[in-house]
Design a protein around this ligand. Structure first.
Ligand code: HEC
Length: 410
């Protein structure tokens, strides 16, 4: 469906732009808050509690933060809320376009759990809505008074959701649902808490009433959560490109481990903004990342290469150099496997009902294309094993073993 691809392209593009604006603004304000200095007395008299100077884009900027609020309401007040809302709206639209319109291709993996498209979509929505409601409810209980305990509960929630999602959906579909839940929690924090608090403050200033500092303080816990969730959600946004993560047999643990390390690294930057440089955090974070990489790339026991022994000829003369042909029996076997398992999608004119254009431009129309792309072909079928896509054509371990044997000769 080409129009769906175009829709997906524009919405994805917009989503990335909005996300950059949201997270960029959020990073900027965290930096700003942590970099404020004590202002001179004449500013203090105006109610300014911190100020700073910056130079950017060929100009000097002077920023001041008020302890409560300005004496009179400025004519224009910038809010920074649409960055968050538009990121979430476009993200949900993208989820629907990519994963719900083509649920059979992207969301359902029969080897994980076979289900109808409708069921998969209902489970997906339930996971996101359920997780967000649990979080929102917890924020309104006494748990909110114990930030450390709350953090543990939040981690537990994300672990459970990761586990459920990866046991229901395809690897990439699962990861994106965890991302959608995190994004929903983050935007709900802005919408249901940070914005109402700000609205109260603005109303008070406009009506010349005193500003109650507790309004802003209530939003603190949620801002801290949003802050620590930024790096994990950014990883999930790009995770689709890295099947070694979401295709791993323990993909839920891979996701949890990567999110944990990302939040830990965020901690380093938070402390650094406060003037505490703790290289041990950065180093342990880097070591953690390295250990995860080692763990997921550690060679797993290859599928036992049972019978299907094809005789291998040592002869390598290619008769027609203009259009190379498979030579050995093993070559022919591989060619036949590609015809059966890959050409439905990866051809000049795919016959697959979902993929009308060769995905990522990868075509295996003839032996020349197969040998030219042999490294990718081998990698995707025997190492990451995410091809055939969601194993739609049902490639067996024995067949993968044949490709592995062919790989050894390349
Ligand atoms: C049902 C359709 C389908 C079938 C069948 C299929 N693929 Fe794919 N293939 C895809 C899709 C979709 C992508 C893009 C995945 C993504 O978005 O990252 C892809 C991507 C690839 C890539 C990645 C290219 C790159 O640059 O990252 C390779 C290599 C590949 N497939 C090889 C194969 C091989 C080999 C087979 C047969 C064993 C096969 N595919 C069967 C749909 C399919």
């Amino acid at each position: 469906m080409p129009w769906l691809d175009w829709l997906s392209l524009f919405v994805r593009w917009f989503h990335v732009i909005a996300g950059v604006a949201w997270i960029g603004a959020s990073f900027y304000f965290i930096w700003l808050d942590n970099s404020l200095e004590t202002p001179p007395d004449w500013k203090k008299k105006q109610g300014i509690k911190g100020d700073l100077w910056a130079v950017h884009g060929g100009g000097f900027y002077e920023v001041a933060k008020y302890a409560y609020g300005p004496q009179t309401m400025p004519k224009t007040l910038h809010w920074f809320k649409w960055e968050a809302y538009s990121t979430w709206l476009s993200g949900i639209a993208l989820l629907v376009i990519v994963y719900y319109f083509a649920a059979a291709a992207y969301l359902i993996d029969p080897s994980v759990m076979a289900m109808s498209e409708a069921e998969a979509i209902v489970r997906g929505i339930a996971l996101i809505a359920g997780g967000a409601i649990i979080y929102e409810t917890a924020c309104r209980t006494k748990l909110a008074n114990y930030p450390k305990l709350f953090a543990v509960a939040l981690v537990a929630l994300l672990v459970i959701v990761s586990y459920l999602a990866t046991h229901w959906f395809s690897g990439r579909g699962a990861y994106i649902h965890v991302g959608a839940l995190i994004g929903t929690i983050m935007v709900a924090n802005v919408w249901l808490n940070i914005m109402p608090a700000q609205r109260k403050m603005v109303d008070a200033v406009a009506n010349q009433q005193p500003v109650d500092p507790s309004w802003g303080a209530g939003a603190k816990l949620r801002s801290v959560h949003n802050n620590y969730l930024t790096l994990p959600i950014l990883f999930i946004m790009i995770s689709n490109h890295y099947p070694m993560t979401y295709q791993h047999p323990q993909n839920w643990l891979v996701l949890v481990a990567l999110m944990a390390v990302a939040a830990w690294i965020r901690h380093f930057f938070n402390l650094r903004h406060l003037g505490q440089i703790k290289p041990s955090i950065l180093i342990s974070g880097a070591v953690g990342m390295l250990l995860i990489a080692l763990w997921i790339s550690w060679p797993r026991s290859a599928p036992s290469s049972t019978q299907v022994e094809a005789p291998v000829t040592s002869q390598t003369t290619v008769t027609d150099s203009a259009s190379p042909q498979p030579v050995s029996e093993l070559d022919k076997h591989v060619m036949a496997l590609v015809e059966t398992h890959c050409q439905g999608c990866h051809a000049s004119a795919p016959t697959d009902e979902v993929f009308r254009v060769a995905p990522l431009g990868v075509k295996f129309d003839n032996w020349e294309q197969i040998t030219r792309q042999a490294p990718q072909l081998i990698n995707r079928t025997t190492v990451t094993r995410d091809m055939p896509f969601l194993n739609k054509t049902g490639m067996t371990d024995e067949e993968r073993a044949i490709i592995a044997r062919w790989a050894a000769q390349q």
